[in-house]
Design a protein around this ligand. Sequence first.
Ligand code: ARG
Length: 656
Amino acid sequence: MSILPDLKDAFRHALADLADDTQKEELLDLIRRSGDPKFGDYQANFAMSLGKQLARPPREVAAEVAERLELGDFCHQPEIAGPGFINLKIKDEWLIERLTEAVGDERLAVPVVAKPRTYVVDYSAPNVAKPMHVGHIRSTVIGDAICRILRFLGHNAISDNHIGDWGTQFGMIIYGFRNFVDEAAYQDNPVDELARLYRLVRQLVDYHAGNRSLPEQQSQIEQREAALAARKKEAGEKPDKKTRKTLRKLENDLTDARAELDDLTAKLAVVQSDPVLSRLAAEHAEIGTAVLAETAKLHEGDEENLRLWREFLPPCEDEIRRVYGRLGVTFDHTLGESFYQERLGPIVEELQKKGVAKQSDGAICIFFPDHDVPMLIRKKDGAFLYATTDLATIRYRMETWQPDAILYVVDHRQSMHFEHLFAAASLIGYDDLELQHVSFGTVLGDDGRPFKTRSGDTVGLEGLLDEAVRRAAAIVSENDDAKPDGRELSAEQREQVAQRVGIAAIKYADLSQNRTSDYVFSYDKMVATKGNTATYMQYAYARVRSIFRRGNVDIEALRSSGAPILLQEPAERALGLELLRLGEALDLATTDYRPNQLTAYLFDLAGRYSTFFDQCHVLKAESEELRDSRLLLCDLTARTIRKGLELLGIEVVEQM
Ligand code: ARG
């Protein structure tokens, strides 16, 4: 059982013909945990809006629904309060029964779903041959957590890493390899040398493109300046509120445009001020077109480019595998873009035959009734696109796994692509398939702009992990040194703990954010020992475990001893109720694919636990029976934290 979903079921039933199905779900969303135990454990706050819809007094509607509620031995008779709140208090016997069940259950009394579904989860998907950077963290850890949670709930979740192994970046390294390779460095460490080539070619391509766009950017700024000056003049000495607002907006836009131009000028200056780079830039003036030509040759099956591609791919794959190893992330499948090459031509033809895709100006597009822009699936020159590959990928996944849903854990900047893709899938006839863009915001630096290194490069993922582990190591040592009876950890243990704490900090910092917002990356905050962090949760776990060591408690024996759970103190009851909310938190986390529902729950749980621990003696409890019961509550807390963290892809430590 999971409390909230079960309550909703009971209310759904009781609402019967008072509302239609969609209305019902909206009303049921208004059933929440109550903020104050005075008003029970849960509250249904929908009678006001239902009363309005039915033109009846809300209290009367509330009473009618309460009357019809069938809660069995779950809750006390509901109470109606104020304008029509329905307050529900769970029976202690029921809580105790469920907690007793959880004590003896690996799943902590979380049921598996009644109707398991098959999900394909598409996440991480870096473009290989470029080093992985900070942006890849989000997709990787959110996708991994979603898979783990779905599986725990009994669904079939298939993870598929749709890596970019066929794109322009290969044109870049092929060009770079032909022109700039350092043979010895390549023999020594192919991945580093390929990454260097990628960055170099990228820098030169961007340099020329930037140079070309410079006049345009400058003239735009001049136009903006002129427009602002004209508006100011027109507005006179004392502009009204609305005009002031317009002026402010124009000023802000101008500031942004100037900042962008400054960034660009700085980037150009890096190349210009470096004798080697500026010579290379001059020698490779056509590098942009040349790179595209190399990519096109690869796609057309050019022997030599294919040979190079086959040579470059394995070390690139090893590299990402190594990073996944550090993160503890695995995939069932890694079917990258190249896997679908043979399928692109046929699918375009098929869509044309079906009338879903049409010729337009030599290119082939899918037009949508309710989107202005069509989706391009083959260019005039015959080249296929990212979108074409994604259509072929849906087809393949449907044929191979017959999923009920495909989730794409991808940056919010691709939302337009996915809107089109999903619309196309529905034109093709995949109507029963749930397609979701599980999008996420950008990782920002302290300055509120996308997180970059001082030199303006994106931050490498590995460097980020190293730094987090370094900071974790400092915290672990400091903490261990300060222990009243002296150090507990060997150097080796400290190192191992620091690894777990550091990686956990990075993951949790990301997972605990509302995924759709941007968030500011901060090492200090993520390894803080207080607040909603992994470090705090790992501490909470280790502290509970240390009680068993201190008290010489054989917790496994106690678990199977049949010792009863007692909920006498309010803090005990509050903790017990919270412990039974794991299923509810997982349910919320999967409704809209939001792992932060789980972190929020774990943080609440840790809070209830610390109140309990402040107010109730455990090892020194008044009676043996009470001591055993409290030890079991401690144990359930530790196991719930461990399970919750495991579902987020985070490991606990026994001591820290
Ligand atoms: N490789 C892409 C990128 O780095 C992400 C791919 C996401 N998955 C997909 N099926 N489109 O932008």
